[in-house]
Ligand binder design. Structure first.
Ligand SMILES: [Zn+2]
Length: 142
């Protein structure tokens, strides 16, 4: 996957202006404006840039912050954190391990068992719902 990352040109063409601004220029969508703030369906949240599975609905919770919030990434190495000292604050920036896209920030005021709050922009994510069809799609037509 790391050898097959989308180019800047491709991302500019494929992503919306907001998705490009957030993921490539470390932007932040306005609170309560993102598509997935109130998303409660079961499924997987993927990186909008490289399609890596990053978060699951199983660890999503309503933090009241106005951004999709998770208390755990899907796998420990799906995302990585970088110290972000911009805007006069020391924060932990969350980026996609696969392509480096900016996702949001992680704070230590989340619920147990991790105590973490991954505060993620909807614009960085692409939600894929789990549907019943997946279980019947084994190519067995008899
Ligand atoms: Zn990615």
């Amino acid at each position: 996957m790391k050898d097959d990352l989308p180019s800047d040109e491709e991302l500019r063409a494929r992503l919306s202006e907001e998705q490009y601004r957030v993921t490539q220029q470390k932007g932040t969508e306005r609170a309560f404006t993102g598509a997935y703030v109130d998303q409660k369906a079961d499924g997987t949240y993927r990186c909008v840039c490289c399609n890596a599975a990053l978060f699951s609905s199983a660890q999503k919770y309503d933090s009241g912050s106005g951004w999709p919030s998770f208390w755990l990434p899907l796998a420990g190495d799906a995302v990585k954190t970088i110290v972000d000292a911009s805007h006069g604050m020391i924060r932990q920036e969350v980026v996609c391990s696969g392509c480096g896209a900016h996702l949001g920030h992680v704070f230590d005021d989340g619920p147990q068992p991790t105590g973490l709050r991954y505060c993620i922009n909807s614009a960085s994510l692409d939600f894929a719902a789990e549907t019943q069809d997946n279980f019947d799609d084994k190519g067995d037509s008899q």
